[in-house]
Design a protein around this ligand. Structure first.
Ligand SMILES: Cc1ncc(COP(=O)(O)O)c(C=O)c1O
Length: 447
């Protein structure tokens, strides 16, 4: 089937085992997307919808950006692949320099991965390699947080804190991982922006350090804003306190900025927005505007220096025994460089920051719908909780379907609707998203 006529339901939906999906339900009532342009999507029935979640937080620059398509095509014509081990091409170095200019502090060393999960896995391994290089091989423990999401590889699943992702795989998860409590407190209902209370939840890290020995902990990983569990905003002072406790015990602080990175908060990264610099930072999604898989790990110079200087391997042997066939492949790099050009040319983070108050006001205006039990948001991301029905997740999914029918597409997680508009949205697009959310949620409430 050629791309141009791949618009209807294929002959068989049986063979594709879809990720993170209710396969049986979907195959009875498929929702296939056939076209995407700007802020709009079209489905297989020809219905046009506004994209209320930038895909999965990955297309903030809008769909079908010609600059990106052309850059990738040109790159594929010239150099389609080169091995990334002990070899390379200029583009990946150029991109690393450009990314390092936007990362905070001295997070200047850039390691490429394939996606967010592999970025987190790499951050875990780099933490271990760093401590070993410093003669601290006893630091093997990691600390994550409840309701955190860091992807689906074994390490990333272990440090994450979503019970359904963990249950089936408990027997194969990483040893020595502890979780802090999440920061979403009952008094944070309908709070706009950062909650005033809850910074003391960071003391959970101190407590874990007391119980297991801070000197045995390699790293603590958190998302500055927990995205996949419904936009949980860090209480004022919380991230700063985590930084202090990490410094006290020599624990590396990892910010997983796979969602918050590249402007979602209104700054390049959550790190700058909240004024806290981690030691390692992961990113993915918007790095290529979602069009080609790519993950990135940014590390402090000191971490790179420690690992590379301590290597006693013979010439040609890696200092770090880690990497991927698709680490920084030319097509992904070309897409990412084109994205960097657009970020700069269109001052895109500023644009996101300027649109944020309008979006947040629209989001909070949905408070009056009686099935809406909570709304939170920061920058260009928000979460709307729908009153739970008999089982968790049912209300969220049914609301999602009503909203889809009303013409706004997004992701639901449990009973939370995750809203993350594209940064190219104008006020009229934000109005359209909010209006269609109101219709969809109200129709669900009446159903
Ligand atoms: C914060 C965070 N980390 C990691 C991941 C995993 O990324 P990927 O699905 O690209 O592996 C996600 C995905 O949503 C994420 O939100």
């Amino acid at each position: 089937m050629s791309a141009s006529n791949r618009t209807n339901i294929p002959n068989s939906l049986n063979e594709h085992w879809m990720p993170f999906s209710d396969n049986k339900n979907f195959k009875k009532n498929p929702r296939l997307i056939t076209d995407a342009k700007g802020v709009y999507l079209t489905n297989h029935e020809g219905k046009k919808m506004i994209d209320g979640s930038s895909g999965l937080f990955c297309n903030p620059l809008g769909h079908g950006r010609r600059e990106i398509t052309e850059a990738v095509t040109k790159q594929l014509d010239k150099l389609d692949y080169c091995q990334p081990f002990n070899q390379g091409f200029g583009g990946s170095f150029e991109l690393a320099t450009r990314i390092a200019k936007k990362t905070p502090g001295d997070l200047n060393k850039i390691f490429y991965t394939i996606c967010g999960s592999t970025a987190v896995e790499t951050a875990i391994k780099i933490s271990i390699a760093y401590h070993r290089a410093k003669g601290q091989g006893h630091r093997f423990r990691f600390v994550g947080r409840e309701r955190g999401y860091h992807g689906m590889n074994i390490g990333a699943t272990t440090v994450g804190g979503m019970i359904n992702n963990v249950k089936t795989f408990a027997s194969v998860l990483m040893p020595g991982v502890q979780h802090m409590r999440h920061t979403h407190l009952p008094e944070h209902k309908f709070v706009k922006g950062q909650p005033e209370t809850g910074a003391d939840m960071a003391e959970d890290l101190e407590r874990i350090a007391m119980n297991f020995g801070g000197e045995n902990i390699a790293a603590c990983i958190v998302e500055p804003i927990a995205g996949s569990t419904g936009t949980l905003i860090p209480p004022k002072g919380y991230l700063k306190r985590l930084r202090e406790i990490c410094d006290k015990h020599g624990i590396l602080l990892i910010f997983d900025e796979v969602i918050t990175g590249w402007g979602r908060t209104g700054s390049a990264f959550g790190a700058q927005e909240f004024g806290v610099t981690p030691d390692i930072m992961t990113m993915a999604k918007a790095t290529t505007n979602g069009v080609i898989p790519m993950g990135v790990v940014a590390c402090k110079d000191e971490i790179y220096d420690a690992v590379t200087d301590s290597s006693s391997a013979p010439e040609g042997a890696p200092e770090l025994f880690h990497g991927y066939t698709y680490s920084g492949i030319p097509a992904a790099v070309a897409a990412a460089l084109a994205v960097q050009d657009i970020f700069d040319k269109e001052d895109i983070f500023k644009r996101a920051k300027e649109m944020s108050p309008y979006f947040q006001a629209g989001l909070h205006a949905l408070k009056d719908i009686d099935v809406v039990t909570n709304i939170r948001g920061y920058g260009m991301m928000g979460g709307i909780d729908i009153k739970m029905k008999d089982k968790p997740g049912k209300a969220g999914f049914q609301t999602f379907k009503h909203c889809y029918d009303a013409g706004v597409n997004f992701k639901s997680t449990g009973d939370t609707l995750i809203i993350a508009p594209q940064f190219i949205c104008e006020k009229k697009h934000i109005d359209e998203i909010i209006e269609k959310l109101r219709t969809g949620i109200s129709n669900y409430a009446k159903s």
